[in-house]
Design a binder for this molecule. Sequence first.
Ligand SMILES: *[C@@H]1O[C@H](CO)[C@@H](O)[C@H](O)[C@H]1NC(C)=O
Ligand SMILES: *[C@@H]1O[C@H](CO)[C@@H](O)[C@H](O)[C@H]1NC(C)=O
Ligand SMILES: *[C@@H]1O[C@H](CO)[C@@H](O)[C@H](O)[C@H]1NC(C)=O
Ligand SMILES: *[C@@H]1O[C@H](CO)[C@@H](O)[C@H](O)[C@H]1NC(C)=O
Length: 508
Amino acid sequence: MATIKCFFILLSCFFSISNGRVPPAEFPVKAVNLGGWLVTEGWIKPSLFDGIHNKDLLDGTGIQFKSAKSGKYLSAETFKIGGSAKIVAKKTSAAEWETFKLWRVDSSNYSFRAANTQFVALGLDGKQFQSLITVAKDPTIRETFEIIRKADDLNRVRIKGLNGFFWQVKSEGVVTADWDRFNTTWEDDDPSVFLITTVGGYQGEYQVTNGYGPLTAPQVMKEHWNTYIVENDFKFIAENGLNAVRIPVGWWIAGDPNPPKPFVGGSLQALDNAFLWAQKYGLKVIIDLHAAPGSQNGMEHSATRDGSLEWGLTDESIQQTVAVIDFLAARYAKNPSLLAVELLNEPLAPGVALDTLTRYYRDAYDAVRKHSSTAYVILSNRLGPADHSELFALASVLTKPVIDVHYYNLFSTIFTNMTVQQHIDYVKTNRTAELASITSPNGPKIFVGEWVAEWDVKGATRQDYQAFARAQLHAFEKATFGWAYWTLKNAKEHWSLEWMINNGYLKA
Ligand SMILES: *[C@@H]1O[C@H](CO)[C@@H](O)[C@H](O)[C@H]1NC(C)=O
Ligand SMILES: *[C@@H]1O[C@H](CO)[C@@H](O)[C@H](O)[C@H]1NC(C)=O
Ligand SMILES: *[C@@H]1O[C@H](CO)[C@@H](O)[C@H](O)[C@H]1NC(C)=O
Ligand SMILES: *[C@@H]1O[C@H](CO)[C@@H](O)[C@H](O)[C@H]1NC(C)=O
């Protein structure tokens, strides 16, 4: 028996080598991101939001109210009364001060955050709530209103406060919360009828969990985590020339199984599974803290509630984040698949100050080193107006540091009108130069932690995409740590490495 088994091992070994499938070396890392899995991004998997009631009214969506009767917009841009602003209806067009960000309580109850970051509240006039003002504090019941939509015209609404009365626009643009007639014809002559327009919005983890609410969200997320990425995906990744995965996680993972609301437990189990599968298929894992408390960039992929960037504004948020890194490092330090811990994805300048970030990176680095002397520690460069080498001084005093840069031929006007050839030349010339300028023999390793073969070129052919992908692969081969494609699966074909590989667009 033993001889036969041995023979087969030799044989399979022989075939593997002859197929060119030798076990992958650690470097350079050729990885794929598992985006949209443990940190939600609606554009990656839009169907995740399908079951939400009033799914156009999620946290952070801007909303504008036009009085059906007067045709004027509600505005918070007005004289201040003791630190708060009075809501009036005088403007004929809507801009920043006529836009209120939604904070969702449940599918029909909301708070409205004005441009001054204060919430619309019922003002106490004498013994009665009548006026509408903005006040600076966390919303309570006084700042919570019910949106009642017309059944066959959802943008026609009435707004009701805790006093049981509806908002109305009176003459001269005066707005009060005292319309007491429950019935309406929904016609333009009813001063309690408003036409709403929504502006922008986010589809991140905050929106999906708060959108479904505490009863449904745990089931929906569990189903998503269990089905979106499965063992077979790790097999696919390993069979297609890759040797690692970068896994975005959110800060709430450390609170599993009972993270702070609205986040729900269960992503930790999914991450545990990922480590099991990684080990089985010989892949390395890069844990990437993609969403920090308060949001480090105000984007949906860092689980912002309404576009605000609040991470790092208090020491508490920093210490809380260090604790998350400590938790993750402690849990996975001994796992042979752990390659690196990325401390914070894409902090945004100038909202996140360099000295704040440096302080956090030092403490979070120490938290990793408490548990592991071998894991690489990845520092993500800041997005926005920031020097690409600003983290070098810090990196020089650390062991096994890596700098993460993200190279997209998107998100900047320099790419707007580029042709296929210009894109390819940009990669060959400018990206290569950029990468070389931050690479040095004694410096930190460099990781192109996100890139994609997608651009704003209209009508590009399959061959164009192949050439673009090849140019990038060739350029990023020089990254001393390696690279990671964004992302494994995506509703948009070119953003899905799985689709790109299966359709012959890209070969890692
Ligand atoms: C919204 O709040 C009102 C008043 O508290 C309540 O009666 C209603 O049930 C709430 N709506 C939902 C969908 O929970
Ligand atoms: C609203 O109108 C309906 C039908 O027209 C009527 O039956 C009901 O009593 C009215 N409700 C109130 C509160 O006026
Ligand atoms: C792109 O080209 C269009 C049409 O020629 C032009 O109007 C626009 O200004 C260009 N945009 C940029 C950012 O160069
Ligand atoms: C790319 O690099 C070339 C050569 O250094 C330079 O002339 C060109 O302006 C750069 N392109 C952009 C879009 O920055």
